[in-house]
Write a protein that binds this ligand. Structure first.
Ligand SMILES: NC(=O)C1=CN([C@@H]2O[C@H](COP(=O)(O)OP(=O)(O)OC[C@H]3O[C@@H](n4cnc5c(N)ncnc54)[C@H](O)[C@@H]3O)[C@@H](O)[C@H]2O)[C@@H](O)CC1
Ligand SMILES: [K+]
Length: 507
């Protein structure tokens, strides 16, 4: 799914009117209907909860007015509140005129702000994608009032005060919505941790914007959902052999962190690798042989950490990092690996910390390497903290362009950056996966997919992220989010990959 900018959303709107020969009021009616169906499913008219719909002067407010009319017709008893405005939009004015006589509509004044008890439902239709500056005056006062209330707040398209795809000044007032119901495509603002307190739980409803416009719109950001992933994992050919799926090498583990190497190894095996060899320090050798007998274990001559790089000839891809430690000798192994390898690399955890601490290593990074930092590791890699989540995304784009690599920034909506700077936001996963070892599982899975000769680097990375999150979602259904441990993810990798495999074309 593409993520459009606010400007492109306006253009998509205009292109739809043109392509379908409809008026903007008709498109507004479509958006209002979609919103009302969403609400009616969750809140029946007979619930009798007080409902207040707050409408701004533009088309977001126009949506609010159309929603009020449709809900009134469906048996709800909403009250409408409008902001004082010199020049409301044409579709606002039209829908204001269309309000039935029995539907109360008041202009907001400081002394007439409605009481909002906890039972009340607020529909926030003050500002949407047209917001261009911080809220002031009556709008600011109203947002403060909404945020102090205990009412349930449902935002139309955007929580009012939040910019669609840029940071706002830190002291800006923004509605704290419990739900944000948006139209057609997700907005970049929804995917950033700093906005979670405003956006709440979000959803996008189709309003059938012009598909040709969306198809041709150039974008920097994609939302990775099921549709986006379908068709990227080919079915296995009957005559395929171990070589097709590659022989991977994993360098991982140190005393006390052999578990990380075991988790990564098991995930790599379940990710479909043809063969796996794991280099661990000697202390990890018996553990690996017992825990993952399908992997070949290659013990280092040092007991506690990895000090030697094996001959790289047999391998189709190399992963390094989980539980590795940051000893000097291990750093030298990484340096040799970066110098010598001719096959795809997956770098995680301590391998990234070593890269961050030794800028000379970063210069050796082979093109198309795949790095999987969490935000702290990413900060060490780039050497300075991000001002905010938007700045972090800019740092990410700059980083991959500079190093010609793929970089996965882990978190909610884990973000993959491709070497051209395009960002892909993953949609799967849950907070239960914020648990030790979850990243090691991702590294193992990505290593398997990078070793698969049939997959492009981009497809391997996208499939890995999506499958990892989906495995987490399926695991959490059985364990609950709190009870989820990284090892639980591993047994769901196989079924999830099976589900994502492209079937034969139907007859
Ligand atoms: N683009 C689409 O696909 C559709 C958009 N619709 C609705 O239209 C909305 C966008 O409407 P508009 O472009 O009219 O914009 P808004 O309704 O978001 O904002 C209204 C106007 O307020 C002014 N304004 C901006 N910031 C302000 C501030 N801080 N204080 C006071 N005034 C401010 C601007 O002139 C802006 O055009 C969407 O969010 C959505 O709700 C829907 O009706 C139908 C489909
Ligand atoms: K809004």
């Amino acid at each position: 799914m593409k993520i459009l900018t606010a400007a492109q959303t306006r253009q998509a709107d205009a292109a739809t009117l043109l392509a379908e020969g409809i008026t903007s009021a008709e498109l507004m009616e479509r958006a209002a209907t979609a919103f009302c169906h969403w609400l009616q499913k969750r809140l029946p008219a007979h619930s009798q909860r007080p409902m207040h719909i707050f409408c701004g002067p533009g088309n977001n407010g126009g949506d609010g007015l159309a929603i009020a009319r449709q809900l009134h017709e469906a048996g709800y008893q909403p009250q409408v509140w409008t902001l004082p405005a010199a020049q409301p939009s044409a579709d606002f004015t039209l829908n204001r005129q269309r309000l039935p006589a029995g539907l109360p509509c008041h202009e907001i004044q400081p002394e007439t702000l409605p009481q909002l008890p906890a039972r009340a439902v607020v529909v926030d239709a003050l500002f949407g994608t047209g917001l261009s500056r911080p809220l002031t005056g009556a709008a600011a006062m109203l947002v403060k009032h909404l945020n102090q209330s205990e009412a349930t707040v449902v935002a139309v398209d955007m929580p009012s005060g939040l910019l669609t795809d840029a940071p706002q000044s830190p002291d800006s007032l923004v509605v704290r919505a419990h739900y944000t119901v948006s139209f057609e495509l997700p907005k970049l603002a929804f995917l950033l941790p700093q906005n979670a307190e405003f956006v709440g739980q979000w959803e996008v409803l189709p309003i059938h914007l012009d598909p040709t416009f969306i198809h041709n719109a150039p974008v920097d950001n994609y939302f990775v959902n099921d549709n986006f992933i379908r068709g990227r994992l080919p079915a296995r050919n009957k005559f395929s052999h171990k070589g097709t799926f590659g022989h991977a090498l994993l360098l991982a583990g140190s005393r006390g962190k052999i578990g990380a190497s075991v988790l990564a190894a098991k995930a790599c095996l379940r990710g479909g690798v043809g063969l796996l060899t794991v280099r661990t320090p000697a202390v990890g050798y018996p553990i690996m042989q017992v825990a993952a007998p399908e992997a070949m274990a290659l013990a280092d001559s040092a007991t506690d950490f990895v000090t030697e790089l094996p001959d790289l000839k047999p391998y189709a891809a190399v992963g390094i990092g989980p539980g590795l430690g940051q000893e000097h000798a291990t750093c030298e192994v990484l340096r040799q690996l970066l110098r010598k390898t001719k096959v795809p690399l997956v770098l995680d955890a301590d391998a990234l910390n070593l890269l961050g601490a030794n800028p000379s290593l970063l210069k050796l990074l082979p093109r198309e390497s795949l790095l999987t930092p969490h935000p702290k590791e990413f900060e060490r890699l780039v050497g300075k903290p991000a001002r905010d989540d938007y700045h972090r995304l800019e740092q990410l784009r700059t980083f991959v362009r500079e190093h010609g690599c793929y970089c996965v920034l882990k978190g909610a909506y884990t973000t993959l950056a491709a070497p051209d700077g395009t960002l892909y936001f993953n949609s799967t996963g849950n907070p239960g996966m914020a648990t030790g070892g979850s990243g090691d599982v991702l590294t193992g899975l990505l290593l398997a997919l990078r070793a698969d000769k049939r997959l492009s680097p981009l497809d391997a990375a996208l499939l890995g992220l999506y499958a990892h999150g989906r495995a987490g979602d399926q695991a959490a259904q059985q364990t609950g989010e709190a009870g989820l441990v990284a090892g639980d993810l591993i047994r769901f990798i196989g079924p999830v990959l099976q589900e994502l495999t492209t079937p034969l074309p139907g007859l």
